[in-house]
Design a protein around this ligand. Structure first.
Ligand code: ZN
Length: 710
């Protein structure tokens, strides 16, 4: 509920309430689910309190979870009910059906083959579903099915207690390089201290960070039979690969937690985490709110990734909250990245975090050579997007039977449709956002609001026929050009429009890794974390894309994204190459990428931030007020500006029209607040918010440490 704090209730005689209990409590005429967040003696109180109705037959939230939820609400300047609802998401999902597994019956197969033997070995370790069994044994589903048909394997339904097998940290890990081994030892030492501590695991793409942090997980699991480990990932598309790595390393499937997991399965994970049975979770940002009983280690993989920032509803950054939760739980944190955020690098430079640097790429692989294509000198032909040098490199690569990744971080066919008769740019209704043309579906889509419509035959503004033209490229348009230029090549597109879920994404990634495509055109969804052994050329179609609009982190984000994308090339023995198409080859980001000099880029960027007092050298918060009635909104933001507390070290800018001034019929106004690092900006914002009450037509959202400035 949108309430500033918890309500008080009386505890009926003999109920025996404990902190974290889920209860049914009356609110007005309704009975609602609530959580006990504090207990105190109330003698001397003169208000009669309503009694709690009943304790629910549901797992209790551990004290660390209760404390974390309240801390998160205070930090984000939001109602405590918001993070609590996230923490209870699994508890409110429908009950799962019993899990179906296959077990060896003891009967001998009529015919033994190496593949069948592998299945029986895997089946002997613990109970697997048919799909897990095939994966664990590395055989096709047909081998497993044949054994089941023969009666060598039989179906059994697992009790809930059995659904998460105990991981075995004593299984031998992979051979590590000297640099990996040193980092792994440092992490083991940190985990061994059994108290709060943070390490930055810093290594180029392909340096083997996952193997290293799994050693930290092994140390945590081995040191304490109750210890739990959380691995946070920025993208659902990456979870499957990490789940396989965890299963291989510890011989047990981890719990999987993200929005694509079906609600009953989510509930199974939630209950097992609360009971301490599920000891490793791999998930997206909201996994941070699971009811861990004994959280010992949190890994934030790709810690720099902006996807860790939740921008709607409860606004938070999962990396920052992970560090906070670990502090509450006395747990260790590993932040892993090839291109760490400036915030994390600053903490490492200042000695607040341990800084572990992995040297070079693992094994034989070398970093790709990166070249800049100056589009002023060698532009593509009119109406095309691939420059002559990039096309020539693609032809060479294709000729050698190797793969090319064309990277463009823009979905659809064209980012803008305009009428050449009247100049109208098509936007979503009541929204300042261009409609993006999608040719696969034949629709125009607003990526902001989700609005879509079939592409009209005539201009909706002036009625001219055949006057609408597509401006600029998205991945679908680059694919079209690649097909025209290489008609015999096998070409695929990877973006969130062509790949609908984690399973489909995994299939496409595996097909690419197996060499089933010659050219993959992809948005950032495919640019992260994957290994494509035969990929030797990465072409960045528009390296300047992220620099336009120019917010605080534009250069940092562009550097990170392009370093990730170009790092896909040459992951194995074959040398890789990357070409960046740019109109601004002298820009610091392009120069740093070409020279492969991250430190110089970071130093220059840090100096600029320090001079401006911006993060990580100062703090920022944003306020977005939106309303359907422009007059009421204007009056409210004016009153809000006057109510801003005077405080040393705090500057308030605004109100100003938001760059995205109209969304779904609501006008938007913004304030930006900058403060010195020593200021408790959350407390300042809470004081400010309490001084003004918005009218019913106005919504106010506070964003601590904003990543979006739209
Ligand atoms: Zn028109």
């Amino acid at each position: 509920m949108p309430l500033p704090e918890a309500f008080d209730y009386a505890e009926p005689e003999g109920m025996g309430l404990e902190l974290g209990d889920q209860v049914a409590a009356p609110l007005g005429p309704r009975l609602l689910r609530g959580v006990v967040v504090a207990l105190r003696d109330a003698h001397g109180g003169n208000r009669p309190l309503k009694p709690v109705e009943a304790v629910l037959e549901e797992p209790r939230l551990p004290p660390g979870t209760v404390e974390f939820v309240q801390w998160a609400a205070r930090y984000a300047v939001d109602w405590p009910g918001q993070p609590l609802a996230i923490a209870l998401r699994g508890a409110r999902a429908p009950k799962p059906r019993p899990l179906k597994v296959l077990e060896a019956t003891g009967a001998a197969p009529a015919r033994m083959t190496p593949a069948r033997e592998k299945v029986l070995v895997a089946a002997a370790s613990h109970a697997h579903s048919a799909a897990e069994l095939a994966r664990a044994a590395g055989v096709s589903a047909g081998v497993v099915k044949a054994l089941a048909d023969e009666g060598v394997l039989a179906v059994r339904y697992l009790e809930p207690e059995e659904s998460f097998p105990t991981p075995d940290p004593s299984r031998p890990g992979p051979a590590l390089s000297a640099s990996q081994a040193a980092a792994a030892q440092a992490l083991r030492d940190m985990v061994g201290e059994r108290r709060f501590g943070v390490a930055l695991l810093d290594g180029v793409t392909g340096s083997g960070k996952t193997e290293v942090y799994l050693e930290a997980a092994a140390a945590a699991l081995g040191a304490d039979p109750d210890a739990q480990v959380l691995v946070l990932l920025p993208e659902i598309a990456l979870t499957q690969a990490v789940i396989s790595r965890v299963a291989d390393r510890f011989g047990a499937e981890p719990g999987e937690w993200h929005s694509d997991v079906a609600p009953p399965a989510r509930r199974r994970v939630w209950e097992a985490v609360a009971a301490g049975r599920c000891r490793i979770v791999v998930g997206a940002r909201s996994a941070l709110f699971l009811p861990f009983r004994k959280l010992s280690l949190v890994v934030v993989d790709e810690e720099h990734d902006a996807s860790f920032k939740q921008e709607e509803g409860f606004i938070y950054h999962a990396r920052d909250l992970a560090v906070a939760r670990a502090k509450i739980e006395d747990a260790a944190v590993v932040l892993a990245s090839a291109t760490p955020s400036l915030e994390t690098l600053r903490n490492a430079e200042q000695g607040r975090y341990r800084w572990l640097r992995l040297e070079g790429r693992h094994g034989e692989a070398r970093l790709p050579d990166i070249d800049v294509v100056d589009l002023r000198e060698t532009p593509p032909e009119p109406g095309r997007w691939l420059s002559p040098p990039l096309v020539a490199a693609m032809a060479e690569t294709y000729g050698r039977g190797e793969q090319t990744l064309l990277f463009l971080n823009r979905r659809g066919y064209a980012p803008l449709v305009l009428c050449k008769a009247c100049g109208e740019r098509l936007t979503a209704p009541d929204t300042d956002s261009w409609l993006v043309e999608h040719r696969y579906t034949g629709r125009l889509v607003c990526h902001l609001t989700g609005f879509s419509m079939p592409k009209p035959a005539a201009c909706p503004h002036c009625g001219s026929k055949d006057s609408l033209v597509s401006i600029g490229p998205g991945v679908e348009r680059v694919e079209e050009e690649a097909r025209e230029r290489f008609p015999d090549a096998r070409i695929a597109v990877f973006s969130s429009d062509t790949v609908f879920d984690a399973r489909e994404g995994k299939r496409l990634i595996e097909a690419m890794a197996a060499g089933e495509f010659d050219i993959l055109v992809a948005t950032q969804a495919a640019a992260k974390g994957h290994n494509f052994p035969n990929l030797t050329l990465v072409g960045v179609v528009d390296a300047d894309l992220g620099l336009r609009g120019g917010d605080l982190r534009a250069a940092e984000r562009t550097y990170q994204l392009l370093a990730q994308a170009t790092g896909r090339a040459g992951r194995r023995e074959k040398p890789g190459r990357a070409l960046l198409q740019t109109w601004a080859p002298e820009h610091a980001v392009m120069a740093a990428l070409k020279a492969q000099d991250r430190d110089a880029f970071v130093a220059a960027e840090m100096a600029e931030r320090e001079a401006a007092g911006l993060p990580p050298f100062g703090r920022l918060a944003a306020v977005v007020a939106s309303g359907t009635d422009p007059v009421q909104l204007e009056d409210f933001v004016r009153a809000m500006a006057q109510a801003a507390p005077n405080s040393p070290g705090v500057e308030v800018y605004g109100p100003a029209d938001a760059p995205l001034g109209l969304v779904r019929g609501r006008r938007r106004k913004r304030f930006l607040v900058r403060s010195d690092r020593t200021v408790d900006l959350s407390a300042y914002m809470a004081t400010w918010r309490a001084r003004v009450k918005p009218p019913a037509s106005v919504r106010v959202a506070i964003d601590i440490d904003p990543y979006s400035f739209l």
